[in-house]
Design a binder for this molecule. Structure first.
Ligand SMILES: [Ca+2]
Ligand SMILES: [Ca+2]
Length: 494
């Protein structure tokens, strides 16, 4: 009898591969049917990610002088989530959390590295783009949606990936010339024309895509990411002229603010690549940097306007969900610090707007919500089945009624076992060493008075502490870019 060569039969691992491929095909066909056979056509999604935008914008009221007419117009046509917070106050872990629906304390992705596909617990996680692509959506993207190069992170999720040209920065830094400082940290009028700014190119590309995608008979998911107002703060002069330098208002800062904060919190928070607040004050650059940030916020607002205009002009507005978010906030001197990387309001508060079919218009929602809630919300709004592993909660009830019942606080995590719990009126922080902070936002919107040591608030603390994550994953292998000596790179790069 002739022996049959082994390779004609699949080995057990091959068989498993084959079965899983068939299962994916079956599920894809099922969802595609489900999406495309529904009575109403499923909504398109246009998602705009903004980098490092704090509450200095329209309905957030963070700065009295800021000019953001397009984001204000978006707020009028949808819901402004005024108490939305990131799950991690750093680009990479915030985006990994939002796009996979998993907490940093579950995945161990707390810092700039590892990227999505390099961490064991997220290497095979399904991003929201994969889900919608699998469900039959046409998907397109350009700019900073993920942290890291898209081709390395989530390439399989997209039908179309837009590429921008190289960035053109000045040879010499314009303002922050301290020797050895990060190239990113600089600000000043740069570029002659708006069209030279990479974000303007991304906006123009997105507008063109929307006009193309509108002709398709399939629903689409377009995700675009703008890099401003992340440093370097470079936009043409005319944007600076919106905010005459000598009239720019500075944020409120109290010099004794840090006296009621634990040594652990100070070590965690007052490090990293950002210039020290004292440097801005001593070099008379505080007002200039605030002016530059405002200029960049207005520039990115115009980029959002370009995308919104394309939605309106291409006839898809009636059936397109618009989601705009920032990956975290940004300090510009508050609590005597700069940039993100803290568990305070300036770092964690992340603008989030949604608009479109079924969404209330001109509503401001003050319920505490997280960026992690975006993924389950989009699944529900588009009629896709929920994913049980997602750790956020659909915001659907708040989209139709911004004052709907909502009893969950929102959690932000900065490094293992350091968490902030934000409810409607309070911020409770517990650090890994057990030290605590409690702020009452009704009396103290700047978080100046730490009430945690006052026994009068024991019940408030206990209520918030109940929501602290039960799982606190160790740093994922290859963790880097913590920005703090508490988590040294050589210690975590196992
Ligand atoms: Ca960011
Ligand atoms: Ca204080």
């Amino acid at each position: 009898m002739t022996r049959i060569p082994h390779r004609l039969f699949p080995s057990s691992s091959r068989l498993r591969q084959l079965v899983s491929v068939l299962a994916i095909v079956a599920v894809t066909v099922f969802y595609r049917e489900r999406v495309l056979a529904a009575g109403d056509p499923p909504p398109n999604i246009v998602m705009i990610a903004i980098d490092d935008l704090n509450d200095w914008v329209g309905c957030y009221g963070g700065h009295p002088q800021v000019k953001t007419p397009h984001l204000d117009a978006l707020a009028r046509r949808g819901v402004c989530f005024a108490n939305a917070h990131c799950q991690a106050p750093i680009c990479n872990p915030s985006r990994v959390s939002l796009l996979t629906g998993l907490r940093p304390s579950t995945t161990g992705v707390y810092f700039l590295g590892p990227l999505l596909r390099d961490a064991p617990k997220t290497a095979r996680a399904e991003t929201m783009f994969q889900t919608f692509h699998r469900a039959g959506y046409r998907t397109a993207t350009m700019g900073k949606v993920f942290h890291g190069k898209l081709a390395e992170v989530d390439r399989e999720s997209f039908d179309v990936i837009g590429r921008r040209g190289p960035r053109r920065w000045p040879k010499q830094k314009l303002s922050y010339d301290k020797p050895g400082s990060s190239r990113l940290w600089d600000w000043g009028a740069w570029y002659d024309r708006d069209a030279e700014v990479p974000d303007a190119q991304t906006a123009a590309w997105a507008a063109g895509q929307i006009r193309e995608l509108a002709k398709s008979d399939r629903p689409f998911f377009l995700a675009v990411g703008f890099s401003l107002p992340h440093v370097p703060l470079y936009v043409p002069r005319k944007w600076f002229d919106l905010y005459p330098r000598d009239h720019v208002q500075l944020p409120a800062v109290r010099l004794d603010d840090l006296n009621d904060i634990s040594p652990f919190a100070l070590r965690l928070t007052y490090s990293g690549a950002a210039p020290r607040h004292r440097w801005f004050v001593e070099h008379h650059q505080w007002r200039d940097a605030v002016q530059a940030y405002l200029a960049c916020v207005s520039f990115v607002d115009q980029c959002v306007g370009t995308v919104l205009q394309a939605i309106d002009e291409s006839g898809v507005a009636e059936n397109t969900l618009i989601v705009v978010w920032s990956d975290h906030g940004f300090h510009l001197g508050e609590k005597q610090r700069w940039a993100k990387r803290s568990l305070w309001e300036e770092s964690t508060r992340s603008p989030l707007w949604m608009a479109g079919p079924g969404v209330a218009q001109g509503a401001t929602c003050r319920r505490p919500v997280g960026l992690i809630d975006v993924y389950p919300t989009l699944l529900e709004c588009c009629g896709l089945p929920p994913h049980p592993e997602l750790e956020g909660q659909s915001l659907r009830p708040l989209l139709s009624d911004a004052n709907a019942e909502w009893d969950r606080p929102v959690i932000t995590t900065f490094g293992p076992n350091n968490h902030a719990v934000r409810s409607e009126h309070w911020r409770y922080i517990r650090y890994a060493d057990g030290s605590e902070e409690l702020y009452d936002h009704r009396q103290d919107p700047h978080e100046w008075r730490n009430l945690a040591g006052n026994p009068q608030y024991a019940d408030v603390i206990a209520w918030h502490a109940r929501s602290l994550p039960k799982v606190n994953a160790e740093l994922a292998p290859g963790s880097s870019g913590s920005g703090t000596p508490l988590y040294r790179e050589e210690e975590v790069a196992r």
